[in-house]
Design a protein around this ligand. Structure first.
Ligand SMILES: Nc1ncnc2c1ncn2[C@@H]1O[C@H](COP(=O)(O)OP(=O)(O)OP(=O)(O)O)[C@@H](O)[C@H]1O
Length: 248
């Protein structure tokens, strides 16, 4: 099983949207997909439909092995609830240990890929996920306030790689990009100059169809409006790129 953490300490940049579309895309490719929703607001769970509410939180994932996996052809969502915040009280070593054991349980259930949606903070949950994962990717908005934070994210990943050298940072996914906003073009150029290897070449536009799709729990390609077509192409191109990089 390969694990991918979707992380950015900034809120509202498209982490859940990316996670949800990757999950649907991978499922369509015939992969058995698990999603761990580490955000206590439970956004990915809300969008995808919960697999087993609260199971993630009980002893972190101890309950996972007791799940009825009858739904396993679908997307299994292991969702966070408020108790997961307790993980923030553990020291990082203990949290990462619990996380790794839990991933091993999920892997033993035959999942091909596990996507981990994280909360918008550089807390213990995000660090434990990064310490346990194979891959990370960061959706990013091309707004000044968002770009300021990305350096911190890149540094965090570099630090984590000292303890988890297997972690590969796939890069930043420019999200909610407004093609008519000159500032976005300028910021994309700056970002690409600063991190030439780390800007994923399949940006996602700022498109209301993506928000509409998420609100109805569907991927954007299930919306049959003409205006959703471009968004669907972009999401699929992004997902294909990530799939190639993960070699799944
Ligand atoms: N490409 C897009 N175009 C337009 N709206 C989008 C797009 N992607 C996401 N959104 C909307 O932007 C908001 C934030 O997106 P999302 O929940 O994916 O971000 P997030 O980084 O997971 O947020 P948080 O950090 O709060 O969990 C949502 O209302 C979502 O519907």
């Amino acid at each position: 099983m390969k694990t991918l953490v979707i992380a950015n300490q900034k809120g509202g940049v498209g982490k859940t949207s990316t996670t949800v579309h990757l999950a649907y895309y991978f499922k369509e490719q015939g992969l058995k997909v698990a999603v761990i929703d580490l955000d206590t607001q439970g956004n990915a769970s809300f969008t995808l439909g919960e697999y087993d509410s609260g199971a993630l939180a009980s002893g972190l994932f101890d309950a996972v092995s007791q799940f009825d996996l009858a739904n396993a052809e679908g997307i299994a969502v292991f969702s966070a609830d408020a108790r997961l915040a307790d993980l923030e009280k553990l020291d990082l070593g203990a949290a990462a240990g619990a996380f790794k054991r839990s991933l091993a349980v999920i892997e033993a259930e035959g999942f091909d890929v596990c996507l981990i949606d994280t909360p918008p903070s550089l807390g213990v949950r995000m660090a434990a996920a990064l310490l346990s994962a194979d891959f990370a990717a960061s959706p990013i908005e091309l707004e000044a306030y968002s770009l300021q934070g990305i350096e911190k994210m890149v540094t965090t990943i570099a630090n984590i790689r000292r303890a988890n050298p297997a972690l590969q940072f796939l890069g930043m996914i420019p999200s909610k990009v407004d093609g008519r906003n000159p500032r976005h073009g300028q910021h994309l150029d700056e970002l690409t100059r600063a991190y030439p290897q780390l800007v994923i070449p399949t940006p996602i536009g700022n498109r209301s169809s993506v928000a509409d799709a998420l609100a109805s729990g569907l991927p954007v390609w299930s919306i049959k409006r003409t205006s959703a077509r471009k968004a669907a192409q972009e999401m699929r191109a992004m997902a294909r790129h990530i799939q190639e990089k993960m070699e799944i």
